[in-house]
Design a protein around this ligand. Structure first.
Ligand SMILES: [Fe+2]
Ligand SMILES: [Fe+2]
Length: 166
């Protein structure tokens, strides 16, 4: 990403990522990292791809991307993991409306980011884009998390073998 793009991207998400309620996502575990970092990563790849696709509503799309998982686990504690997959986009959307007054366009992107597991259908190409970017980022983060988990277990095993031999 060029310096100008980086600056433009930071300006787009600045007021959201510095909001105290949004900062609470930094304490939520998500794919082995914080939900705060995951949300920024999804927004960043959305910006990168959206810019190259010359999206007319790039600002709103990036805003929706950074807010796509704007929820806290405690608010979904009553549901099992499968139910959470379907429930969290709607919760993220109502939180985004409450704190950032997002419009109908952003709402559809947030609500449908788990497509095809969602309560309404994506209406915009930008909805499909964010859904796709989220899946790509999630796969990358899960892979990295599992790799570092396996690596840590192996490192501990080898460390124990070496120390036991002494
Ligand atoms: Fe999500
Ligand atoms: Fe996500």
């Amino acid at each position: 990403m060029s310096r100008t793009d980086k600056l433009e991207f930071c300006n787009l998400i600045d007021n959201i990522i510095n909001n105290d309620n949004f900062k609470a996502l930094d304490n939520e575990l998500h794919h082995g990292i914080s939900r705060y970092d995951h949300s920024i990563r999804v927004a960043k790849v959305t910006y990168f791809v959206g810019k190259r696709l010359h999206l007319k509503k790039l600002d709103e799309t990036v805003k929706a991307a950074v807010l796509h998982d704007y929820y806290l686990d405690k608010d979904l504690a009553a549901y099992n993991s499968k139910q959470k997959l379907r429930k969290h986009p709607d919760l993220a959307c109502s939180n985004a409306i409450k704190d950032f007054k997002v419009g109908e366009f952003e709402q559809n992107i947030i609500k449908t980011h788990m497509f095809p597991i969602c309560n309404e259908l994506p209406k915009y190409k930008e909805s499909y884009l964010v859904s796709l970017m989220d899946k790509g980022v999630a796969a990358y983060e899960m892979y990295k998390f599992k790799f570092s988990l396996v690596f840590t277990v192996w490192a501990l095993f080898i460390f124990n073998m070496i120390t036991l031999q002494k």
